[in-house]
Design a protein around this ligand. Sequence first.
Ligand code: NHR
Ligand code: GAR
Length: 223
Amino acid sequence: MTDADSQRTRVVVLISGTGSNLQALINAQQAGELPIELVAVISNRPEAKGLKRAERAGIPTCVVDHTQFDGRESFDQALQRKIDAYQPDLIVLAGFMRILTEAFTRHYEGRMLNIHPSLLPKYQGLNTHERALQAGDEEHGVTIHFVTAELDGGPIALQARVPVLPDDDATSLAQRVLVQEHRIYPLAVKWFAEGRLRMVDGRVLLNSEPLGPSGYPIDTHTS
Ligand code: NHR
Ligand code: GAR
């Protein structure tokens, strides 16, 4: 291990699927933009495409297949053991699709982030793009929050907004949101790694200042 490695924030990424957010983190890390080490990628699904992305980047991978466990507690305990073996400073949920137990979320409180494809507190849970379209919303977006036991209810760190366009279907809207996801997740991880983004007493601090309830607004139209 070099000196630089020993100072870097150790990050474990949890995925279930495609892993395009994982790829955005890999790209930013490889471009020298993130003071982190991606120490492992763990999937609950053996066929997740994101595992291949990790392998290509030389990141250790493992699978903890939830179908091999008889309940959420035993799955989460096995997952926690795997994660902790890598001694991470930060856990990043990147399209991870299993609801986590309270014990698990407590263990990582203040050091686990999730990206959720809606403007929380709107549309917690699944099928967010369909629900935004169904509701006739003119605006949609993505939220990064610290994970707590309350599903998609933890304190919000960052949000980015996108317009809903007249001809949108769930696919086109999801694609517009994903472009923003790939911008803001590396940024959030960078701020966390720099010690600028923290969760203290259930609130999010950026540069030691408490953020409002919808977090730091990322401007979609610049940079
Ligand atoms: N767990 C806790 N306790 N708190 C959060 O904030 C969590 C979490 C686990 C996952 C991601 C979340 C999202 O961003 C996330 C946040 C899966 C489901 C779900 O219903 C809901 C929300 C999220 C992830 N999962 C089904 C389940 O029974 C399975 C669905 C599937 O496998 O396709 O676990 O949206
Ligand atoms: C992303 O849109 C992410 O926000 C969402 O799934 C997609 C994963 O894409 N996450 C959730 O819905 C969490 N329940 P990716 O695998 O290509 O990063």
